[in-house]
Design a protein around this ligand. Structure first.
Ligand code: 7TS
Length: 425
């Protein structure tokens, strides 16, 4: 029986149980892609912040959808169309429950976290941000949470304000608070930084902004796969994440927004699905969330997303967060003990992302040598160039952990880094 098929409280039969019932070997068996050799070595996949691998439960659900249920949604009275619509809408409910949104209509299917942020910038932003107004972000944002706001500010003659971070890679909350001014129309911050691993104190950030009636968008692309997320507890107004980083398929993402805000927002794209009636004189838009879902949506993506979220629920996000934290601590201890290695991002609250540089070695060379050992990491600026600038590096090497990584894989990473040092000695 796979981990996914097992209920969380049900012990695995005949399989070694580890602390809190989290058996990584059993979990790995759910991910066929992990079981392969790369350059003659066992694959060690440590690029989960870029995209995560998919359990068989996800790929099976997508195949099942196409073999059994596929039809266009929300438009046919025929049997298959109704079934496809049920499947698609079940994906919405699964996402609602997963991030604990109050209402399933607050969940909008988008292409990715990136599209979710662009949607808010282009609808809420264009409606509310004018000349001389301000948008506040942080200095640790991914380009996806910088550029859409920059584009908006450029169009409107508004100003992008950036709250600084300290040498550990933590947001300086007092500065953030000072930058929340009378012209600030929205604040947008990452929940977990992809380049540094920092977990931001979103609840506090939201409280500071709400005290001034400023709404907050949270980029949860790296948080939803790593830590439990409850949008009502966080209090944020918008929250985005991507399916493909959450062990689900590519091409689907979620935008959560508080209903009253979504309801008052103009549509993003025009087309089918997002209307209730069209004439050449006047078009009446559909209700939230369909108002924001123009055209045929990614039905199989919603099905795959639901399977991924159910898989995560079976393992338990608390267990995953705890397990990844153990991996991070183990890796941080081992990697930082290697002479010449500097860790970039040493926040007190961190998720499973380990960025580092090796003295005298370009990160791309680190990545290339590790690849020869079968180890996949990411090197470069991680679409967070301002973060690189802040730490005065061009790039870093980044190992990012997932729910299926093991201590043995971290040992392999450490051996790989030692090899890099030998090559460049
Ligand atoms: N926000 C954060 C914090 C991210 O890490 C990423 C992608 C995005 C937004 C955009 O997600 P997308 O699914 O819309 O592309 N981060 C990375 C990364 O770290 N390496 O590759 C993509």
């Amino acid at each position: 029986m796979t981990a996914a098929a097992r209920l969380p409280h049900e012990p695995a039969r005949g399989i070694r149980e580890v602390e809190s019932g989290y058996d990584v070997e059993e979990i790995r068996a759910d991910f066929p892609i992990l079981n392969q050799q790369v350059h003659g070595h066992k694959l060690v996949y440590l690029d989960n912040a870029a995209t995560s691998q998919k359990p068989r439960a996800v790929t099976d659900a997508i195949v099942r959808y196409y073999e059994r249920d596929n039809a266009n949604v929300h438009r046919g009275v025929h049997y298959l169309s109704e079934r496809a619509t049920e499947e698609y809408e079940a994906g919405r409910t699964a996402a609602q429950k997963f991030i604990h949104a109050a209402d399933r209509h607050e969940i909008i299917f988008v292409r990715s976290a990136t599209e979710g942020i662009n949607l808010v910038a282009q609808t809420y932003g264009r409606k509310h941000v004018g000349a001389g107004d301000e948008v506040l972000i942080s200095a640790m944002e991914h380009h996806s949470n910088i550029v859409p706001w920059q584009m908006l500010c450029e169009e409107k003659g508004a100003k992008l304000q950036v709250a600084p971070i300290n040498d550990r890679g933590e947001l300086i909350l007092e500065k953030f608070e000072q930058l929340l001014g009378p012209r600030t129309k929205i604040a947008a911050v990452g929940h977990v930084s992809n380049a540094l691993g920092t977990i931001n104190p979103v609840e506090q950030i939201v409280k500071l902004a709400h005290a001034r009636n400023i709404p907050v968008l949270v980029d949860g692309a790296q948080a939803v796969p790593r830590i439990p997320v409850d949008v009502q507890a966080l209090g944020c107004d918008f929250y985005v994440f991507s399916g493909h980083k959450t062990y689900g398929p590519t091409g689907i993402g979620i935008l959560y927004g508080k209903f009253a805000l979504l309801d008052a927002m103009p549509p993003y794209q025009g087309g089918g699905e997002m209307i209730s009636s069209v004439s050449f004189e006047k078009t009446v838009y559909n209700k939230v969330p369909l108002k924001f879902e123009a055209g045929t949506p990614d039905m199989s993506g919603a099905v795959g997303m639901r399977a991924a979220l159910e898989y995560l629920n079976h393992l338990g996000m608390e267990n995953i967060a705890q397990y990844e934290h153990q991996l991070l601590e183990y890796a941080t201890g081992k990697v930082s003990a290697i002479p010449g290695v500097r860790i970039i991002g040493t926040a007190k609250e961190k998720a499973g992302v380990l960025s580092f540089v090796i003295e005298g070695v370009h990160p791309h060379d680190v990545g290339t040598i590790l690849d020869q050992e079968g180890i996949a990491i990411r090197t470069g600026h991680h679409c967070a160039q301002p973060v690189m600038e802040r730490f005065k590096v061009d790039a870093t090497a980044r190992a990012s952990f997932g729910l299926y990584n093991s201590k043995e894989e971290i040992d392999a990473l450490v051996r790989g880094i030692q090899k890099v040092r030998e090559v460049f000695a």
